[in-house]
Write a new protein. Structure first.
Length: 725
């Protein structure tokens, strides 16, 4: 505090004035209220009603939404957090510097039991959460979240603990005889959707979710495996492949499959579109709604299912006897399909990992009967299999050629039309909004060495000025492949100097490559918080996680890239994370204390009155090259913008957790004021020259820094004005 008092004494002999004396009628509360306006798209930018550029520094809310509040009856009311606790959560989010959230919405929560039967209480709740976020100056992206298609695609297992983590009474009843206490599963689609995708399976039946070795009839359960890295099921589970094929490509894969008078693909996609319309009707009237993320991380890798189809064709062409040993041919087809995916731009490293996993875990089909269980009418297969599959109703056979074609240009052929269909429906009820889309993870369709590419194009039905690309970017953080794997072990030195820019650049490339360069937001990135085991992670104050997050943010800042961190959860435990597949990503610990806040609670632009051209924030955990006799600029923030397009102020969040002794402000021009309640610095540049470069610098008091050319000093409600800019 000694340094601050010296500075205050120095300022006393200079020009001492309360900021805002030129504007006697200026009110910070009025300014805060005026800041929240509807956001529109302008080329690659987000702009508010005042003509300012919005810079998005957001977080996903929340991972615990993947699990219902109650499973019997099914309800998601209270996810991500109870409404009567929302003020506490939004204040914490605001005070950490987040100006936007990606709010997870669960399809099962909207219509849990039947198509068109909506849970009005859940819709009421979602609307109330959006309204509450607006009270705190936080923008909201509505995200229809899914992973592994549905909560009802799962398998039970024992995680080695004495806790019972299951909440669904049906699952507990199945699990207890075998000593199971946890599950690996998905979230998203309701059970009735899964049953439509797997009409020959006993979805939700007395053995559903039990591992296949425990079940006599394979149609009584599914083939999901309890991978700790759960996402492997997206590509390697045949039943999950069938769900995605039915949803996105049912008219090609199951052309004879109609339900309630609609082709199955139309039935399912229209059902989701109808659910989105109900959401848009509720929240579209709020200025803080950014738009609608149509589907989180859609599935579109069909590696094992394709091999089944190729083998079926070989049997059907009588190239194989009914009792043939198909292992060698299956391996040949596997390598051929992986090569085809590599030719479409998929990462060879990722494909090699898939190959190792498939072979190591013996996932290739071994007989004609295996193909028959997947719905293929294989000559010579046990006829009793077809009888069992048909017990639930008409048996719809897949078109093998269509299945084989799923691995070619899936984003363009199937995902884009789906986005167009749903986006067009949303725009009918909320015409001024934006539609956010994602590619299939790991499948960019960019051709071989840049040639013969057929990537996703802007979906028909979504105008260019309404589209946002929202890819996800994750570094090497996931547990090793296997069941009930421990957290990864990393050292700080191992992670500190990694550059995540290439990872991010690879994910956002499609925006310019084929989508027409719409605004782009990294919709997810993040870190586990249990590296080296939760006890060591807590004892180290989550230093490895902090370094990983700092790597992300340094790259994102340099790229001026909008972002949404994964995730903030109001529910977290050291033993089970957010309660879903043991993931522990929440930036709040079980007591709601921020974890690794030194990385994400950053001095950040919120709105700029000119076009942002550069900024940086020097985090306390950033690496600094030694410079003798020069102050290490920890917590320094600098920003430049070109021109001044509006008289509305530039807004910069200044995190209270960092600047406990106040901060100095250096301006190229104009004046400033600070809202110490909302931690927002307002800056009104004065130079109206459209070619002017406006510059601002923020620094804490430094013990050994003699720079006195500051314009303002702010500390709580103390305001001192120094040299005029």
């Amino acid at each position: 505090m000694r340094c601050i008092l010296c500075r205050l004494a120095l300022a006393a002999v200079m020009l001492l004035a309360l900021v805002g004396c030129e504007e006697d009628d200026f009110d910070l509360d009025d300014q805060s209220d005026a800041s929240m306006t509807h956001i529109t798209l302008d080329q690659t930018y987000f702009k508010d009603a005042h003509g300012r550029y919005l810079f998005m520094h957001g977080v996903n809310v929340s991972g615990s939404t993947k699990v219902p509040t109650t499973a019997d009856p099914i309800s998601y009311v209270g996810k991500p957090f109870p409404l009567d606790q929302a003020d506490r959560h939004f204040k914490l989010l605001r005070d950490m510097g987040f100006n936007s959230i990606r709010l997870l919405v669960n399809w099962e929560g909207l219509e849990p039991y039947a198509r068109g039967e909506y849970d009005e209480e859940y819709l009421d709740y979602l609307e109330a959460i959006v309204a509450k976020a607006e009270d705190y100056g936080i923008y909201v992206l509505m995200d229809m979240h899914q992973d592994m298609f549905s909560r009802h695609m799962y398998t039970l297992y024992n995680d080695g603990s004495d806790e019972q983590w299951l909440i669904d009474p049906r699952e507990i009843a199945k699990a207890e005889p075998y000593g199971f206490n946890n599950r690996v599963g998905g979230d998203g689609a309701p059970e009735w959707v899964v049953q439509r995708c797997l009409p020959d399976r006993d979805v939700g039946g007395p053995q559903w979710g039990l591992p296949r070795p425990l079940v006599t009839d394979r149609n009584a359960t599914n083939d999901v495996l309890p991978w700790t890295s759960w996402f492997l099921n997206m590509a390697l589970s045949v039943d999950m492949n069938r769900c995605w094929a039915t949803f996105f490509a049912g008219s090609d894969v199951y052309p004879q499959y109609y339900y309630e008078g609609e082709q199955i693909q139309d039935y399912l996609q229209n059902a989701l579109a109808d659910a989105w319309v109900e959401v848009a009707k509720r929240v579209g009237k709020y200025d803080n709604v950014l738009g609608y993320d149509i589907m989180n991380e859609p599935g579109g890798l069909f590696i094992v299912y394709t091999i089944y189809a190729l083998l079926f064709d070989a049997f059907n062409a009588k190239a194989l006897p009914a009792d043939a040993d198909i292992n060698d041919l299956a391996l040949h087809y596997l390598d051929r399909e992986l090569d085809r995916l590599a030719d479409r731009g998929a990462s060879r490293d990722n494909l090699d990992l898939m190959r190792w996993t498939i072979l190591n875990w013996d996932l290739l089909p071994k007989s004609a009967d295996d193909l028959a269980w997947a719905g293929f009418d294989v000559p010579g297969a046990d006829p009793k299999i077809a009888e069992k599959l048909a017990a639930k109703g008409p048996l719809f056979r897949p078109d093998s050629g269509a299945v084989i074609g799923l691995n070619s240009n899936f984003n363009r052929n199937y995902l884009a039309p789906f986005y167009g269909r749903v986006g067009e429906r949303i725009l009918e009820v909320d015409p001024d909004t934006s539609i956010w889309i994602e590619e299939v993870v790991g499948l960019p369709d960019r051709g071989l060495a840049g040639q013969w590419a057929e990537p996703m194009l802007r979906p028909e039905g979504i105008p260019a000025g309404r589209l946002v690309n929202a890819p996800h970017a994750y570094a090497d953080i996931y547990p090793f492949i296997g069941f009930d794997q421990p957290p990864r072990e990393f050292t700080v030195e191992e992670k500190r100097f990694r550059d995540y820019a290439p990872i991010i650049e690879g994910k956002i490339e499609t925006s310019k490559f084929s989508l027409g360069n719409p605004p782009t937001v990294v919709g997810e990135f993040g870190s586990y918080f249990n590296f080296n085991g939760i006890e060591e992670s807590v004892d180290s104050d989550y230093i490895v996680s902090s370094v990983i997050l700092e790597n992300y943010y340094e790259a994102l800042d340099d790229m001026l890239q909008h972002r949404m961190l994964w995730c903030y959860s109001g529910e977290n435990s050291y033993e089970d994370g957010e309660g879903w597949n043991k993931e522990d990503f929440s930036i709040a610990d079980p007591d709601l204390k921020p974890r690794s806040w030194v990385a994400y609670s950053r001095t950040m632009p919120r709105f700029t009155s000119g076009r942002l051209t550069s900024f940086h924030f020097n985090s306390p955990i950033k690496y600094y090259e030694p410079r003798p006799d020069v102050t290490t600029p920890v917590l320094e923030f600098e920003m430049e913008m070109l021109g001044k397009e509006t008289d509305a102020p530039t807004e910069i969040f200044v995190p209270p957790l960092h600047y406990t002794d106040g901060f100095y402000v250096y301006l190229s021009d104009g004046r400033a004021d600070f809202d110490d309640t909302r931690h927002i610095l307002y800056w009104w540049p004065s130079d109206d020259n459209p070619d002017a470069t406006h510059h601002i610098r923020i620094r804490p008091p430094y013990e050994d820094d003699g720079d006195a050319a500051w314009n303002y000093f702010f500390h709580d409600d103390q305001v001192l004005e120094g040299v005029r800019p």
